[in-house]
Ligand binder design. Structure first.
Ligand code: KG4
Ligand code: ZN
Length: 337
């Protein structure tokens, strides 16, 4: 089954062709980073306008790169939630038009689940596993029992982890997007220069939750308080200290999730899954099998949408032309402990 996947939920205009939910035949990502960089954040109106201008070329290139025509496509998958309403609508309208014109099955895909599917484009990962979905909008630790069957164990009670990276980078003018800028600077910094406090551990059913608003405030407003004066106040040192605090928090919650469930496979997805320190530290853990998507599939892309869409179409899922977008973050059930 050859599926065209379309992704336009935020600032990447992306399309890909994937065969049997596994073989990535093409993956085209047109990023709008430059257009939003001057504003230090994604401007929704600009994002949807650029999707309108680019989507046809992006889809055409994905088909050309895959060496396939639309007549060889068996179905169209498109991100419908969550994301920016105007941006999502561009992808959905384009997908609907294609599906209608060529009489192809259409399926709407959840962006969060698609991130978790990314590593599954390359290998069969047996369920259950612990999922870590970390991006600019989401921070989820979950138990995954199927491609769309997840139970949330922990989430952020305030900011998403990627959002914290972005805000700290913005404050210190480290670069845009912030996560990548901090990752690069941190490689030449020393995390011992500033020891941020870690948030109080939440007990009971919230023991896997994380919080980033305190760390963000500490990094932006209270640096003096936590800085070790023996170290120079460089961007590199700020980046390394913040990165360590932000990622160590995730690692501590993951360690608990692994210990409590006895599930030793951890599968990561989302933009922050590209973080060098996270990848290294999780891969070093002896009692865990850590699986990451390749770097180019950590951020938003069409291949993850086509892959997950393929699984859904195989199961018989079909959406009609009345399909709509849903900008809000969907609520998943919580794991009963
Ligand atoms: O998955 P994604 O492309 O979009 C959303 O669904 O949000 O994730 C974007 C987020 C941004 O917050 C960006 O700063 C962060 O991922 N990010 C990183 C890295 N690369 C991107 N954060 C930490 N380290 C990185 N290398
Ligand atoms: Zn994303």
């Amino acid at each position: 089954m050859r599926i065209l996947g379309i992704e336009s939920s935020c600032d990447e205009c992306a399309a890909a062709v994937v065969e049997d939910g596994r073989r990535v035949l093409s993956n085209v990502v047109a990023t709008q980073i430059e257009s939003h960089a001057v504003f230090n954040g994604v401007v929704p109106e600009i994002a949807s306008r650029l999707h309108v201008e680019w989507i046809q070329d992006v889809v055409s290139r994905a088909l050309a790169d895959a060496g396939t025509g639309m007549s060889e496509i068996d179905g169209v998958a498109v991100t419908i939630k969550p994301g920016l309403a105007g941006s999502l609508l561009v992808g959905l309208s384009f997908a609907k038009a294609l599906a209608w014109a060529l009489d192809l099955p259409l399926v709407g895909v959840n962006h969060i689940l698609a991130h978790l599917y990314s590593p599954q484009l390359y290998e069969t990962i047996p369920y259950p596993f612990i999922g870590l979905i970390v991006s600019g909008g989401h921070t989820l630790i979950c138990r995954a029992d199927g491609f769309d069957d997840i139970s949330v164990m922990g989430t952020t009670i305030d900011d998403a982890v990627g959002e914290a990276f972005d805000k700290v980078a913005k404050h210190y003018g480290l670069g845009y997007p912030g996560g990548l800028a901090i990752d690069r600077l941190a490689r030449n910094g020393d995390a011992r220069s500033c020891r941020f406090p870690s948030p109080n551990l939440y007990k009971g059913e919230h023991r896997y939750d994380v919080s980033y608003s305190g760390l963000k405030t500490a990094a932006i407003r209270q640096l003096e308080q936590f800085w070790d004066p023996a170290w120079p106040r460089t961007d590199e040192n700020i980046a390394a200290s913040f990165e360590k605090a932000a990622i160590d928090l995730l690692l501590s919650r993951l360690a608990k999730a692994v210990e409590d469930t006895g599930i030793r496979t951890v599968v990561a997805g989302g933009g922050v899954a590209a973080n060098t320190y996270l990848r290294r530290r999780l891969s070093e853990k002896k009692d865990v099998r850590a699986i990451f998507p390749p770097l180019e599939l950590c951020g938003d892309n069409g291949a993850m949408v086509a892959g997950l869409g393929c699984r859904m179409l195989e199961r018989g899922d079909r959406d009609g032309l009345d399909l709509n977008v849903s900008p809000r973050v969907p609520s998943f059930r919580r794991l009963q402990t």
